[in-house]
Design a protein. Sequence first.
Length: 452
Amino acid sequence: MQRIACWLAALGVACSAQQPQGESSTGADDGGDSTSSLATASTSTGTSAQPDTVTSDASTTSAAADDSSSSAAEQTSSGGSREADVPTSAWSRGLAPQRVLGPDLVDLPGGLEGDPLWVSNNPERVFGPGWLMQHARVDAQRGGSALGLTALVAYMFHLNASGAPLVFHLIATNPGEADVDLEAHGSLYDNARFPITPGQGPSVAVAEDALTGKGSVDTTVVVSPGQGVELASIDLAPGGILDGRVRIEASGELYVYMVATASGSTDEAINRSQGEPAPGEILQPGPNAFGRMAGVYANARWAGAFEVDVPAAPAHVGLALNTTDKFQLDGATLQSQSAPAIVNLSDSSDESFGNYGMAYDLVLRLCADEGARTVALRFGSNFVADDDTPSFTWAGPVRLLGELVDVLTTPTAPSMELGEQTLAARSCVDVDLSFVVPGLITGGQQLVLESR
């Protein structure tokens, strides 16, 4: 779902052209205003040329981020030598443009980690009952292979294109010989509950729930050997769209399925999970196309804790965000932040292009040397155009220092300021930023820092 197709026009949203790179599939688990100012950190001065004060404005950080921050603090407080992950030499002079060009984007420090990302998005447009995603066996039509899982983040995005009502079920089965304790928490919404407009819709609601820990799915169940259970379901009218993200943890291996039925019966859904795939529009990957995702991808989270040296104003640096190396941008090959498939259906993407449903958890340590600095943070898209087709390139919340910022970018307005931070001379401040990649966005973003 790299770009939603032109059937969105029927929902009152401007339809899009395909992204030039090709077609792809369609994603930290707390509410805020549309803009947010970063708090000014308390600092002190000293005589060292290196920053000698470290303060933290980060309200929530990962364990990995905590470890990294402690190490950096020890280096700066001891006066020892250090080399920032993003040094001043990575910055360009002048204030930031609306979009930093591909050759000027710097790799985002950090990497993929955590549980697998299970995705059901191919077919996106579903024509009738059957299973949509499974990793329990090799299917004669769609391939794949068996892979038992005990922990995963499940992401799903589908459109009912059958012309009749359908019910979509998230199913888990126990292939083992002992009971399995299972917990599932997350969200599953449709566009009847959250109508799609720029900045609103089921994808935005799902991404916000993932950040706040809220949701519509809260299931605890024991799965007997050889049996199946329904974890969540949703009714879709003809033309309806669903978006969901559910974390699943179990005491033993499970198989997880997405299934469509006409009746809404759980028994039918479990039976269909063992039968034929649902008819639908399959978009396969190729040399000039991402394809869509249906598979289990290595990780559901990108985490990074890193240090940024801030030069004197005016200057800017752009960090690659949610990027892939499959196609170039402005003649440059970007950093790959996609997760490789562990198991994927043979007609579907072998990487998580677009990273829909993936969480990003970043801690930036901003450091000033001899002079005070004011740093603005901007969230932007790599896609620009002369008109707003598609209607938006990003619609979803970003959590900055514990507060939600509602971010909306469009082809004609590809960048939005999140806030700014003041640094005293010879000081460092930690800034935490996290988000879950929502559905319906155009993959390929950038995080821009501007010294003013």
